[in-house]
Design a protein around this ligand. Structure first.
Ligand code: AMP
Ligand code: ZN
Length: 114
């Protein structure tokens, strides 16, 4: 999608601090981090939400989750614990409608989240 911010990060038209790449995904640092580790993992192809991705390409969703774990390993938070968040819809705080997994860690994470 030409007007999608995260499609532009995939294409390189918008710069990002890339952490990891796989055949189907790109992981980059969130511009407004909410924890010492805050990385976004996105599919290279545009899907608006995690539910839509699950319905149309379950293997790509699995790759996204595997990559989220590898980000946590690389950031040194896989053992201490990390959270993977898919905000879905406006009331949940989704502002970019290109599905993205937030990988958060490196501090105690409150439950329930706000
Ligand atoms: P959400 O609110 O769940 O849709 O998450 C969108 C996330 O994208 C937010 O945490 C933003 O801080 C982050 N974000 C927005 N623009 C950029 C950007 N250019 N590079 C990296 N992260 C971004
Ligand atoms: Zn997109």
């Amino acid at each position: 999608m030409t007007d999608c911010l995260f499609c532009k990060i995939v294409s390189g038209d918008v710069p990002a601090k890339i952490v990891r790449e796989s055949a189907g995904t790109v992981a980059f640092r969130d511009i407004n981090p909410q924890a010492p580790t805050h990385v976004l993992v996105i599919p290279r192809v545009h899907h608006p939400t995690v539910a839509e991705l699950a319905a149309s390409d379950a293997e790509l969703l699995a790759e996204l989750v595997r990559e989220a774990h590898q980000v946590a390993v690389g950031e040194g938070v896989a053992e201490t614990g990390y959270r993977v968040v898919f905000n879905t819809g406006a009331q949940a705080g989704q502002t970019v409608f290109h599905v993205h997994a937030h990988v958060l860690g490196g501090r105690g994470l409150n439950w329930p989240p706000g």
